[in-house]
Design a binder for this molecule. Structure first.
Ligand code: AMP
Ligand code: MG
Length: 346
C-alpha cells in the first residue's frame, strides 16, 4: 500500500492507495477560508496550517491501513510553494524513519497528468498495465489556476511538453475575468454558472492563442479586451448583460483550448485524450474535448472532480504508475523539494 502526502499549495492532503483495489481513502483539509480574507495565499500561514493538519490526517489514514502495511510513502516534491512543500517532505521523512518505509518524491504536475486514469485502474486493477499501454501515446490537456499545458505521454510513460501558455493560465484568465465582472473567487465556476443563461452572440473576445501556427496559448490579451469592453458599459448595463459577458468570455477561453487540442491531434497519432486540473470541472470544456477526441476516434478520459484540484490520491497513483520507471520516482531520505519543477521532468 502507498500512503501519499500533498502540500504544494493550500490543501493538506493524505491518501492511501492499494494497487490491488484503488484508493482506500482520501483526506483533505482545505485552507480556502484561511486565505480568503487576504485575497491570496499567504505562504507562511499555509505552511503552519500544513504542519497542524498532517498529524490528524495521517491518524485518519491509519484507520484504514496499519502502518505495517504501508510499503511505500509518496510525497509531492514540487512544483509549489517551498515553505508548504517542506511540511510534506518533513512529515514523509518522519514517517519513513518511524515506519522504516521508503519514501519517494512525486512531481505534482506529473500526478495531474496521470489523474484521468485512476478510474481505469479502479475498474480492473490487475489489467491496468495492459490497458494503459493500449492508450499510449496519450495527449493530455492540463488546465488549472497555475498551468495550461498540452503534453504527451509516450509508451515508456515519459511526458513531453507540446505547448503551454505564454502568460496567464486558463484558470487564472477565468479568475481575473470574474474579478473584473465583480464575481467571487475562484471565478471559473461562477463564470460557468452565469454563462449557462447567457449567449455568445453579442460579445466577441479575441481568440486566446499565441499564433495560429504554434500550439501555445496566450490569455492576457483576452482579459484586457474584457476590461476595455466593461469600460464602455454602464454599471447597470454590465449587471443586465453579465450572463452574456460570461458566456462570451468563457467561450473565448475554452475555444483556444479546444482548437489547440484539435490541432495537436491532427499533427500526431494519439490513442487517447485526457483532461485534468481545476478547469477540467467545466462542463462545456469536458463536452468539447470529448467531442474532439470522438472525431478522431480515440477514447477520452477526465479526472474525477475530487482529483482535479490538489489531492493526495493522484500523488499516490503517480508513485505507483512510476514504480518501475527506474529513477522517475525520486527516492531516498535525502529527497529535496523542487519548487519550480516543470511538467516534463520527473
Ligand atoms: P487548481 O489550480 O487545479 O486548484 O484549479 C483551480 C482553478 O480551476 C481556478 O482557476 C478555478 O477558477 C478553475 N475552475 C474550477 N472549477 C471550474 C469550472 N467549473 N469551470 C472553469 N474553471 C474552473
Ligand atoms: Mg494542482
Amino acid at each position: 500500500m502507498i500512503l501519499a502526502l500533498e502540500s504544494s499549495c493550500d490543501e493538506t492532503a493524505v491518501a492511501v492507495f492499494d494497487p490491488a483495489y484503488g484508493l482506500r481513502g482520501e483526506w483533505v483539509h482545505s485552507q480556502v477560508a484561511l486565505h480568503e480574507v487576504y485575497g491570496g495565499i499567504v505562504p507562511d500561514l499555509a505552511s503552519r496550517e500544513h504542519l497542524e493538519y498532517f498529524g490528524p490526517l495521517v491518524q485518519k489514514a491509519l484507520t484504514v491501513v496499519a502502518s505495517g502495511d504501508v510499503t511505500q510513502l509518496a510525497v509531492t516534491r514540487g512544483p509549489g510553494l517551498a515553505a508548504c512543500l517542506a511540511m510534506g517532505l518533513a512529515t514523509a521523512k518522519s514517517l519513513s524513519l518511524a515506519w522504516k518505509t521508503p519514501v519517494c518524491g512525486v512531481n505534482h504536475l506529473r500526478a495531474h497528468a496521470f489523474s484521468p486514469f485512476l478510474a481505469l485502474h479502479e475498474a480492473a486493477p490487475a489489467e491496468f498495465d495492459t490497458e494503459f499501454a493500449k492508450l499510449l501515446p496519450h495527449l493530455g490537456l492540463l488546465v488549472s489556476g497555475g498551468n495550461t499545458a498540452l503534453f504527451s505521454i509516450d509508451p515508456a510513460r515519459r511526458i513531453c511538453l507540446i505547448a503551454s501558455t505564454l502568460d496567464d493560465a486558463a484558470g487564472e484568465a477565468l479568475d481575473k475575468g470574474a474579478k473584473l465582472l465583480g464575481l467571487g473567487y475562484p471565478g471559473g465556476p461562477q463564470v460557468e454558472r452565469l454563462a449557462r443563461t447567457g449567449t455568445t452572440a453579442h460579445f466577441q473576445f479575441p481568440k486566446a492563442v499565441a499564433q495560429k501556427s504554434t500550439l501555445d496559448f496566450s490569455f492576457s490579451g483576452l482579459k484586457t479586451s474584457l476590461r476595455y469592453q466593461l469600460e464602455k458599459m454602464s454599471p447597470a448595463d454590465i449587471e443586465t448583460r453579465k450572463a452574456d459577458l460570461c458566456a462570451s468570455y468563457q467561450h473565448a477561453v475554452m475555444d483556444a483550448l479546444v482548437r489547440k487540442t484539435k490541432l495537436a491531434l491532427a499533427r500526431e497519432e494519439y490513442r487517447s485524450v485526457g483532461l485534468s486540473g481545476g478547469v477540467a470541472n467545466n462542463l462545456v470544456l469536458q463536452a468539447e474535448i470529448e467531442r474532439v477526441a470522438g472525431q478522431q476516434g480515440v477514447p477520452f478520459f477526465r479526472a474525477r472532480p475530487q482529483h482535479t484540484g490538489d489531492n493526495a490520491g493522484m500523488v499516490a497513483f503517480a508513485a505507483w504508475v512510476d514504480r518501475e520507471a527506474g529513477g522517475v520516482c525520486h527516492a531516498g531520505f535525502d529527497l529535496q523539494l523542487a519548487p519550480s519543477l516543470p511538467l516534463a521532468m520527473d
